[in-house]
Each structure stands twice: as C-alpha cells, then as structure tokens.
Design a protein around this ligand. Structure first.
Ligand SMILES: [Zn+2]
Length: 484
C-alpha cells in the first residue's frame, strides 16, 4: 500500500483519533470481534456490529492476501444459566440451538461467516493459563474460590474508556464482596455449585468471568498482539477495558489490539431497546417481513455511518426496500457486458473509495446511486451530461457498464448480489418457486392468446395477474414480470 490515497483510515477508540490502519503483518491481517452470548434470539442491536465488521473484513480481504477474522460465541454465562433454570432446557441445548439460530440470522443479513468462531467452553485451559500468569505477575489474587483482577496493579487501567477511577466504579455496577481487595477488582474465575457448569482449576471447580473468555480466545487464534478489536460501543466499559487490562498484564509489552473500533448504538423509534419498554426487535422479526427483508435491513444499517447512533423503524425498512427495487430494476434491464472492462473497475473503485475514510458507507451508497442513474441514462440512450456533471468524471459508459460496477462494488458492501429477476419476482431466497411457476404459465397462456389474436383473453390474464400485484413488462427480450 505505497499510495497514501489508498490508505485505510479508521477511528481508534483508544487514541480517540482517526489513524492509518497499518497491520503488524500485512500478509495476514488479524481481527477479533466480540460475538453473542447465546441464550436468546439475536436482536437488531446485536446485528449491527456483525454487519459493520463484515463490511470491514470484506474490504480488508480485497487489500490483503489473508485476513483472520475471529468472532467468538459466549456459551458460558450467568444469563444462560438463569435461562436454563427458568425454562428447564439443558444449558448445552440452549447454547447449541441459539448459536445455530444466530448463524442463520446473520447469513440472512448477507454476513459471511468469520474464519474462526470459537466457543468459550472449549478454551478453558487457555483462560486458566492467562489467570495463572496474572497471579504470578501480581495482577490477580485468589480469594474464597474466586480469582480477581487487581485494578490497582495496572497503571494503564481506564485508558480505553477514558474514565477516572471514580467514574469507573460508578459504571461497573460493583458487587460489594468481602473477598475483594478493591471494589473495582473484577472476577476472572468464580466457584460453581454442583448444578452449574464448572471446570476443575487450581482454585477449585468453577467457571470463568466473561472478560477473560475473549482475552483467551484472541490469544489462542491471533497471538499476544493483533491488529484490530471490534464490538459495539456499549462494550468499551467494562468488557473491553477489562480484556485489555488482562491481556496487557499477562503479556507485558505486547500491547494487545493495535486499533479498537466500536459501532454506535441502535435505537428503535428513537428509544433505546430495553426489556422494560418492551421494544425489543429481533432479527427474526425483521426477516418476517419477507424474503427481501434481510438485504433491506443490511442496507438500512449501512446508510448510517457505523459510529453514529441509528434509529430503526419499519418505515425505514420499507424505504430501503424501495431503493433495492430501483437497483434491481436497473440491474435487470442492463445488458450483459464484460465485467473486466477497465471502466467498470474504475467506476467501482470510485464508489468504494469512501470506505477508506473510516468506512464511510453512506457516501459509498450515494455514489452507487449515481452509478444507477448513469446506467439508466446510458441504457435509455439519453444524455448523460447532467449525471456526469454531478459525478465530476467524464465517464462515457456503455449500457451495462455502470450496472457491472454496481455489482462489483456491491460485493464489498454485501449488497446488490441477488438475482435481479428473482428479486423483482418477490425475492427469491427461499420459498415462492411454485408462485413463480404459476406466473410463468399465465404469461405463456397470455402469449398464446395474443398469437391467436384473442385480445380479450390476453387482457384478462394481464388483469388477473395485476390483481395479484404482478406487473408485466413487454420488451425486446420478451415479457418479464415483477411484483409491483
Ligand atoms: Zn469480548
């Protein structure tokens, strides 16, 4: 990456500044993102970091020969234990089922699986090894079956969240416990009763605290220092502050993650999602709107810059669907063209360039809108002057070329990759094949009626389809259809 214009800038939460992303090993970029605690269906706030870091991973894969993207699954946690007590379902069954549902939901949002998706319960020995290092280094102590991290032993504690010691205490919802030396000390290991999940350890049978899980899995798959740690803004404190303290103290001088990237909150109709407000929206709720809803929700998320708060409303989902309809109509009508033509790569590169500026997806999407306008103008043989003026480039695209650029650039955003014909016919991800066949048969019958000049029958079939919301378009390539 010698060209500075080609440098990727990312806002780093640790230095609170935008800085060039310079991987430790440019041939293998290493990335860790906190994954779900699996006891319930993912809500849309859980989905936002998954989509944001999916786009970042796709972008990095274009720029580096290898990317190792690790996103964990937290399958040991007191919330899981509580759910099991409440419902009677065994813990292992809850976590296996919920993890599978999470993966299914994220795939429906167009997210590629991470390279490694480690389960916390399979990394207990690594957690014990880090805790032993912390005790040996004077950063942790055992007391009454617990092991606690000593916050006072880490002069850097509070660096990531930028909180003063008083604010740290206020934010941590501290449990006052007699075995703590300092109220800010947090749990690395805690004892388990016989009915709770537990593992043998030098401190008796017990289970890990949440923070140590991520330190252990990041260490196992990415090493003592790696390039980028991501997650939602709400994880900065205490989770990421504590992860950083554990890892930096267990492996002195290594620095843990070089860059910390955090996405903003997701609101619902202007309010924070909470159990008490009863306004939780699950990914499953969003997907219930139809086969188009996964891609529409992804577009909705990417229309807001990842660091900004994002307000979800069903009306915004519908709006995103309308935009996707416009794109798929343009892609459907575009003639086939050589996707390897230099102008296609040039236009796609122009559309994606804003991603290098701290992942500016709203601007990249705006440029794709310009390319769609260009495609529409080119394919109707109209004058492209006005469009070209807005783009500020002298592109004289032949019909199909801007569409090919939309497809190429869309692959990095995870958008506009569906089959345009299937999209127009109601979204094709699953189901509905029978419906499509019936429409095709009706179109055939209408064509036959027209051939025998039975105009009344042809019109009747068209009207019958229109009543089902099916719009027919007669064109040089024959009759196509879409749902109106
Ligand atoms: Zn984590």
């Amino acid at each position: 990456m010698s060209d500075t214009a080609d440098t990727l800038l990312l806002h780093d939460s640790l230095t609170r500044a935008r800085k060039p992303f310079a991987p430790i090993d440019p041939d293998n970029v290493r990335l860790y993102v906190c994954g779900p605690t699996v006891y319930d269906l993912a809500h849309i706030g859980n989905a936002r970091p998954v989509v944001v870091f999916d786009v970042l991973a796709r972008l990095l894969r274009r720029r580096h020969p290898r990317v190792t993207y690790v996103r964990n699954i937290t399958d040991v946690d007191d919330k899981i234990n509580a759910r099991s007590l409440e419902t009677g379902e065994p813990i292992g069954a809850i976590t296996a089922r919920t993890a599978a549902e999470f993966e299914r939901d994220m795939a429906a949002l167009g997210c590629l699986p991470p390279d490694v998706e480690p389960r916390a319960t399979q990394h207990i020995p690594e957690m014990i090894a880090i805790i032993e290092r912390l005790i040996a280094g004077g950063h942790a102590y055992a007391a009454e079956g617990h092991v606690l991290f000593s916050v006072a032993s880490d002069p850097g504690y509070g660096r990531l969240s930028g909180r003063s010691p008083d604010e740290l205490l206020a934010g941590a919802r501290i449990d006052v416990a007699p075995y703590k030396r300092d109220p800010g000390d947090f749990v690395l290991w805690k004892p388990s009763t016989p009915e709770l999940p537990g593992w043998d350890s030098p401190w008796g049978r017990g289970r890990p605290g949440w923070h140590i899980e991520c330190s252990a899995m990041a260490w196992r798959y990415l090493g003592e220092a790696f390039d980028l740690h991501g997650g939602g803004h709400d994880l900065i404190f205490p989770h990421h502050e504590n992860e950083m303290a554990q890892s930096c103290c267990a492996f002195p001088g290594t620095g843990f993650a070089r860059t910390w990237v955090h996405n903003g909150m997701l609101l619902v109709n202007g309010e924070k999602m909470s159990k008490s407000l009863g306004n939780f929206v699950t990914v499953r709720d969003v997907l219930a709107n139809g086969p188009w809803a996964g891609e529409a929700f992804r577009l909705l998320l990417l229309k807001t810059h990842y660091r900004m708060p994002l307000d979800y409303a069903v009306s915004r989902l519908e709006e995103a669907r309308g935009e996707l309809d416009d794109f798929y109509n343009a892609l459907f009508k575009a003639p086939a063209t050589d996707p390897a033509a230099p102008i296609v790569a040039e236009m796609a590169g122009w559309a994606l360039a804003p991603l290098l500026d701290d992942l500016n997806t709203p601007l990249a999407l705006a440029r794709l809108h310009d390319l769609r306008t260009l495609e529409n103008v080119a394919s109707t043989g109209g004058s492209a002057t006005a469009v070209l003026g807005r783009i500020g480039r002298a592109w004289h695209a032949a019909p199909g070329q801007a569409a090919a650029a939309i497809r190429a650039a869309g692959a990095v955003l995870g958008l506009y990759q569906s089959d345009p014909k299937a999209w127009r016919q109601g979204g094709a991800a699953e189901g509905d094949a029978g419906g499509a066949e019936a429409v095709e048969a009706a179109i055939e019958a209408r064509l036959a009626a027209r051939r025998r000049k039975d105009w009344a029958e042809a019109d009747r079939i068209r009207a019958e389809l229109a009543a089902q919301g099916i719009v027919l378009e007669d064109g040089p390539k024959g009759t196509s259809w879409r749902r109106g």
